[in-house]
Design a protein around this ligand. Structure first.
Ligand code: MGD
Ligand code: MGD
Ligand code: SF4
Ligand code: MO
Length: 747
């Protein structure tokens, strides 16, 4: 007899957190649909969601630990794999100290409860300064600007898209990406909603993206010049006396410095640089200032560029001077149910953020929020001397495709004494590992979006238990991370993990009860720990965070408040309502004010001013793009997502094609300072003249990788072209957009 069940599960594949309804029969997924009753997504899904079944069933997915031998990987038991790591890591740390080990933490960790809680435990146990993550090839500039302005790296105002009348969006394509640093299922519906309310959506992008095509207005911009454009918009608003921060004025420090900072950035001064007419810049300025409720939103296009931090800062300067910060329909701060640093400690002020507390060894680039730029990884491995990286752990990351100058990085990986990867595939990165530790498929673990709910357009809490029974041969990912932490801490490969887990949970509880502002201040940790019985692992910590959080039951003090049990009995999630104003309570700056002119950013404005004297030399510049049926580098082994026309193409404008002697579908050689790739050309007037767009995450032609489907749709790795020497100095973020390249027909 077939037993059919229906499971409800939040999709972990992107930031939109859609609810899925999954039919399971005899331990197999029969179908995946949108959960119409999901309080947030209301049935919306994208084509990637159904890939969860294919990912689970993918024969190439790693199912046992692997140890590298001279003739390739061999399957190993968990005990053997951990013993091997323990045996080899100890001497490296002994000889080179803690910094001789490094860790690279990839994007899927942000969507993985196990990793969000236990990844930190591992990093701490490793005790190295060489912590690298995908954040420095993505959103670090926004963390830096938010940290300096509001006092917390995740205190990022997001457009209150359900209520806004005017949305100015730069460098984002949510119709392909489904939103980023903006958790909101069904962005198409939401953008349509703005327009149906009589509002307006304006998109700034060097490409007429899907989102741009659906907007009321689209302006091409020369890649990497958003900071100059935003300066001119601010300058216009100030000059035309349109600024109306109203009551925000008393909450801000540094408002009076904006006129001096914007000197020389008038629309006429930046027009040629940005490729946008002065009249259009003035019009945008007047409209964003004049709209009843407006929001400015910038995403990856504004971050992965030369002036990423300045651009990210200016986005929120605009939100302030137009009076829209913290207002419904403007740019607001979420107050999530669990895990937010800005709901801890004293409301309204704090210690602010300290940046550059240490430097990378070789290039002397500053630390941001405990990590160093991913663009430094290769040199830290290659360069001999004290503190040279000899052991690398990659946790759900594929830097061999996702970080700049990946050919150099791959060579460097070969020179390591030990490389360990926690990953589900043998791919371009993990194939260099000495030990690969697999992880369960998403359907076999529980889920709660601890990170992404911090940036959601409504306050939502939704917990999903595992959809499928665990595979007895697999370790839960949190136990793997905890085991690695124990090994890194010198406790050996077979120490007591349950005891360690109790220690982790107790430490979380102690931190909370030691916070005098916490509703649990002074409570006895042992008693709270006992109340979490019989939960263990991430679910125990999550239950605690929910109960201690702003909507929690505070262990009896708030009867009816949130608990994990309550979420377990609400399979479609709990909607805690629309965003509410949070100023000044959300702030953790030392001044207790919004810092509109933070010193490090002010100091960088000169560099931006110098850029105004640069003339364009006519060279083509490279940008990336995202595709709906893709997810960075790691879902190209799913047949249904890669079928059809070759998607890894170089898009160029017809005028450039004619000038360069290239025709549609012809193969072009694209060359930069760091490398070259050969890709088919796609001639389209959807891209700005002078710009070429190649999506990242492709290039599955490594013969040692074990990705049978992806290898047949290999494409080219655009990060062979990205230059690891180019970074935004304030954030250490790599410059992935605006890279000078040359194109020619490939013989
Ligand atoms: N040129 C260019 N480069 C870019 C970008 C760009 O726009 N242009 N975008 C950047 C951005 S925004 C990002 S976030 C990075 C992403 O960079 P990375 O995080 O380095 O790369 P991903 O492609 O997300 O690879 C994720 C890895 O995690 C593994 N994985 C998937 N699920 C799990 C799991 O549940 N557990 C474990 N242990 N492993 C898992 C996959 O097999 C894969 O190896 O790329 C960046 N690189
Ligand atoms: N389907 C799908 N969804 C994804 C991902 C994926 O790979 N596939 N990746 C996920 C991840 S890790 C992230 S970080 C998010 C990113 O989410 P988004 O930020 O929405 O990313 P993109 O879709 O790449 O859109 C970036 C846009 O910026 C434009 N752009 C490039 N350079 C510039 C510039 O200098 N200035 C301006 N104004 N625009 C520029 C590009 O043309 C592109 O249209 O998406 C997430 N969602
Ligand atoms: S939009 Fe994102 S969260 Fe929603 S179904 Fe698609 S991949 Fe999953
Ligand atoms: Mo990302």
């Amino acid at each position: 007899m077939t037993i059919s069940t229906t499971a409800y599960r939040t999709c972990p594949l992107c930031e939109a957190t859609c609810g899925l309804e999954i039919e399971v029969a005899d331990g197999k997924v029969e179908s995946i649909r949108g959960d119409e009753a999901d309080v947030f997504s209301k049935g919306f899904i994208c084509p990637k969601s159904t890939a969860l079944k294919s990912l689970h069933e993918d024969p190439d997915r790693v199912r046992t630990p692997l140890i590298r031998t001279e003739s390739g990987f061999r399957e190993a038991s968990w005990e053997e794999a951990f013993a091997e790591i323990d045996r080899r890591l100890g001497p490296i740390l002994e000889a080179g100290g803690r910094n001789a080990a490094a860790v690279y933490v990839g994007n899927p960790n942000a969507h993985n409860l196990d990793a969000l809680i236990y990844g930190r435990v591992f990093n701490k146990a490793l005790g190295t300064r060489n912590v690298f993550t995908a954040s420095t090839v993505d959103q670090m500039p926004k963390h830096v600007s938010a940290g300096l302005m509001f006092g917390g790296m995740l205190s990022i105002p997001i457009p209150d898209i359900d209520r806004t009348d005017y949305l100015l969006m730069l460098g984002a394509n949510p119709l392909a990406s489904n939103g980023s640093l903006l958790t909101a299922p069904d962005m198409r519906g939401k953008l349509r909603g703005v327009r149906e309310r009589g509002g307006k959506v304006v998109v700034i992008d060097p490409r007429r993206s899907r989102t741009a095509s659906e907007a009321d207005e689209h302006h091409f911009i020369v890649p990497g010049t958003d900071a100059q454009l935003l300066m001119a918009i601010v300058a216009t608003i100030l000059e035309e006396d349109l600024a109306a921060p109203d009551e925000l004025e008393s909450l801000c420090e540094g408002l009076n410095r904006l006129p001096e900072l914007t000197v020389g950035f008038g629309p006429e001064d930046v027009a040629a640089i940005c490729g946008i007419e002065p009249g259009s810049i003035r019009q945008i300025a007047r409209e964003v200032a004049g709209a009843e409720r407006a929001a400015v939103y910038g995403r990856i296009g504004t971050c992965t560029q030369e002036f990423g931090t300045i651009a990210s800062w200016l986005v929120d300067v605009l939100n302030v001077i137009t009076g829209n910060l913290d207002h419904p329909g403007g740019a607001m701060f979420t107050k999530p149910a669990a895990g937010a640093a800005n709901t801890k400690g004293k409301p309204g002020s704090g210690r602010g953020v300290a940046l550059g507390r240490w430097q990378s060894r070789v290039r002397k680039l500053g630390e941001t929020f405990g990590e160093l730029p991913a663009a430094c990884m290769a040199e830290e491995i290659e360069t001999p001397g004290d503190g040279q990286v000899r052991a690398l752990f990659t946790i759900a990351g594929n830097p061999a495709l996702s970080t700049p100058n990946s050919s150099r990085l791959r060579r460097a990986l070969e020179g390591l004494e030990l490389m360990v990867s926690v990953d589900i595939y043998v791919n371009e990165t993990t194939r260099h590992a000495d030990v690969i530790l697999p992880a369960p498929s998403a359907l076999q673990r529980s889920h709660y979006d601890l990170a992404l709910y911090q940036l959601a357009t409504r306050t939502v809490a939704n917990f999903s238990p595992p959809v499928l029974d665990p595979d007895p041969a697999m370790q839960p990912e949190w136990r793997t991370l905890l085991r690695l932490a124990a090994i890194a801490a010198g406790q050996g490969a077979d120490s007591d993990l349950d005891g360690f887990d109790d220690f982790v949970a107790t430490a979380v509880i102690q931190r909370e009860v030691g916070d005098s502002e916490s509703p649990l201040a002074g409570r006895a940790p042992e008693q709270l720990l006992a109340e979490l019985e019989p939960r263990r692992g991430p679910e125990r910590v999550l239950d605690f965070m929910l109960r201690a959080g702003p909507y929690g039951d505070h262990f009896g003090l708030e009867p009816g408040g949130l608990t994990l049990a309550k979420l377990e009995s609400s399979p479609h999630g709990i909607d805690l309502g629309p965003l509410e104003p949070r100023l000044p309570e959300v702030l953790r700056t030392a001044s207790g004010k919004v810092e509109l002119a933070p010193e490090p950013i002010v100091a960088d404005v000169e560099r931006l001013r110098d850029s105004l004297d640069r003339s364009r030399n006519g060279a083509m510049v490279l940008i990336g793009r995202r595709q709906l049926r893709s997810n960075n580098s790691w879902m190209h082994n799913v047949g249904q997502l890669v079928r059809g026309r070759d998607r890894c193409t170089a898009q160029i404008h017809p005028d450039d094609a004619a000038r360069l002697g290239l025709t549609d579908a012809q193969r072009a050689r694209v060359r930069s300072r760091s490398g070259e790739v050969v890709v088919p050309v796609e001639v389209t007037d959807a891209i700005m003249p002078g710009v070429v767009s190649i999506p990242h995450g492709w290039g599955h032609d490594d013969p040692e990788a074990q990705l049978s489907v992806a290898a047949e749709h290999a494409g080219a790795n655009s990060n062979l072209l990205a230059d690891e020497s180019l970074i935004d100095p304030l954030s250490g973020n790599a410059i992935l957009n605006g890279i000078p390249v040359e194109l020619a027909p490939a013989e």
